[in-house]
Ligand binder design. Sequence first.
Ligand code: HEC
Length: 437
Amino acid sequence: MGLWRTLLILLYVGLCGIALAGLRDDPSPKTEITYNKDVAPILNRHCVACHRPNDIAPMSLMSYEEVLPFARIMRESVVQRKMPPWHADPAFGEFSNDARLTDEEIAIIDAWVKSGTKKGEPEASSADQALAQGWHIKPDVVLTVPEFLVSKTAQDDYEYIYVPTNFTEDKWIQAAQVLPGDRRVVHHATVSVIGQSEVAKHLEKHAKSDEGEDQYHYRTGKVLHLRPDAPVIDDGCAAPDGGGIPGESSGYVNIVPAIYLPGQIHYSNHHGLDVKDRTSIGLVFAREPVQHEIGQYEIWNNMFLIPSNDANHRVTSCFTLPKDVIAVAYTAHMHFRGKNMLTKAIYPDGREEVLLYVPHYDFRWQETYFLKKQFLLPKGTELMTIAYFDNSKNNFQNPDPSKAIRWGEPSDEEMMGFWLQFADPQMVAEKSALRQK
Ligand code: HEC
C-alpha cells in the first residue's frame, strides 16, 4: 500500500549491546559493597543510556546523589526484572543487545541497598562525555528539520517532512539516530531516503488531507485508518496475500538510494500547550568498503478486526522470502491492545524454528532485537507471525474495550507487524554496477 513504510534503525540498542561485559571480582560477603566500586559500573553499563538528563527515563542515575533517593525502588525494579526493559523470551534466539542484568549484577544491587547504600571511595568516572549530549552515536553530519509548532490540539498528527541532504555524491550510511527536539511531543519518527526526482510525487501524496488513498482506507486530517467495512482477514496466513491489503503482499521492503531524506514524524501533544519541536537526524558515514546493505521486510496483517471486549484475539500474517537474506534483527509491532507475538520461520525443507517470542508485549517499549549470530534465511522460507490482542477492560493500557478495532495509524487503533532487518550483499553489487554505467 502506498505508505512508504520506512527503515528505522534504532541505534541506542547498539549501545546497550556493550552491556554484556563481565563483572569485576566476585563480591564475597566480607567485602563491603559500595556505590563507587560495585554499583556505578553496573548503572553506567545498563541504565544511564536512558537514565540521564533529557533522555527517556524519568530520572537520572549518573551519580551517587542522584541514585540514592531511588535506591529502594531501583532494587525492586531490577530484582523483578522490570528494568532494564527487555521483552523477548530468552528461550528463543540470542541477541547482542540483550539488556537483561546477570544474576550476579542483580545480587550486587540487592546487597548494596540492603547493606545501607554506602558510597565508598571515588573511582575514576566512567560516565562517557558523549552520553551527556543526547547522541548515542558520533554523527558525521546532522540534519535538522525546520522548527515545527505542535499545537495543543495535535493529539495524533503525522507530519511528512523533507530535508535535503545536499550531498554531492552517493554516501553509504553506517549508523543513524533520530534525536527528538522535544520528547514531550515526538511520538515517533521514521526516516527514509528517496531520490530527488521522487520528492514532488511524495509531497503531493502527503499534502492530502481527509482523503483515503484507496477503497480500503480513509483519512482524518493526515492520519490513515482502515474502513470499518473493509473485508476482515484475521488469519492472514490462510489468505492469498498473507494478511496484506487484498492484491498486495503482506511484506514491504524498505531500501532506496540516497539523495533526499524524508521523515515521517508522529506528533502527539497531550500537554495542553503549544510546543515547538526541531528534531534532528544524525548520520555516520561508512569508513570502509560496504559489503552488505541493510533492508527491512515489514510483514503486516492490515485487514484484521478485533471485536470489542475480546481478551484473546488471534491474528496471523505470513510472508515468503523472495530471495536469500541474512537475518540481522527483529521488531514486533502492535499498539495498546497487543498482548503477545510469536514469529517462526518455516524453512523450504519443512523445518520450523521460532525466531522471536514476545510473551508480554508492551506498546510503550518499541524494541528491536539484534541477533548475536546473523544467519542465512534461504529464499522460499515462510515467516509466520501469530499475535494475540487483548481488547478487554483487564488490559490497563486499553483506551476503549467497547470498540471493535481495525488497522489505523493512531495508537488507539491497532497494527500487527513483524519486521525483519536483513543484510544483502547482492544489493551492494547491484548499486555499484549501476554507478559504473
Ligand atoms: C531503554 C531505556 C532504559 C534503560 C536501559 C533503563 N531504564 Fe529504567 N526506566 C526507563 C523509563 C522510560 C522509565 C519510566 C517508564 C517505566 O517505568 O516503564 C524507567 C523507570 C525506572 C524506574 C522507576 C520504576 C517504577 O516502578 O516507577 C526505576 C527504578 C528504573 N527505571 C531503574 C533502572 C535501572 C536500575 C536500570 C539499569 C539496571 C534501568 N532503569 C535501565 C528507561 C530505561
